[in-house]
Design a protein around this ligand. Structure first.
Ligand code: HEM
Length: 133
């Protein structure tokens, strides 16, 4: 976010770079059985029964974004719901089950578009599994 004339507003120069690495969040509200999931004010961090997930950096930065991903890694991640197509399950609310139904051509086009963005250095925090509290 950055300060605008009406208060904090999304900083479009950092668009799609994921949850800001140096933004510290307070603990999420407690679920009560009727409200079970929550999103941060930045719309980049989400708490729910799955733990806490953070939107990743989709810009082509080589260390903190998708700069070292192959097109195939991206397509497989979205199709299988596994990190880079092979790793741990991708957590909600990332809508991969819906996106997995897109055509492979569309997924490839998305990846190619993302690779044209200016690379932004930002390491989104790691996913945190539920603490059992
Ligand atoms: C066209 C739209 C989108 C694209 C291209 C996209 C792409 C991605 C990719 C490539 C990942 C990393 C997967 C991996 O680790 O292999 C990811 C993770 C994630 N996305 Fe999305 N995403 C989209 C929409 C959304 C939306 C709408 C939300 C939330 C409302 C979201 C929330 C997340 C979160 C929280 C993660 C991290 C999940 C985890 O750590 O397990 N994404 N996204």
């Amino acid at each position: 976010m950055k300060m605008g004339p009406k208060g904090p507003e999304p900083d479009s120069s950092r668009q799609l770079s994921g949850h800001p690495e140096n933004l510290k969040l307070s603990p999420p509200p407690k679920a009560d059985g009727t409200w079970i999931w929550f999103g941060s004010a930045t719309n980049t961090a989400y708490a729910g029964p799955w733990g806490i997930s953070y939107a990743i950096n989709l810009t082509p930065d080589k260390e903190t974004g998708l700069g070292n991903w192959r097109e195939e890694d991206f397509v497989q991640a979205i199709k299988t719901g596994k990190h880079a197509g092979v790793g741990r399950p991708i957590m909600p609310p990332m809508p991969w089950p819906a996106m997995s139904r897109l055509s492979e051509d569309d997924l490839r086009a998305m990846f190619r578009y993302l690779q044209t963005l200016p690379p932004i250095r930002n390491r989104a925090p790691d996913y945190q599994p539920p603490t059992g509290e």
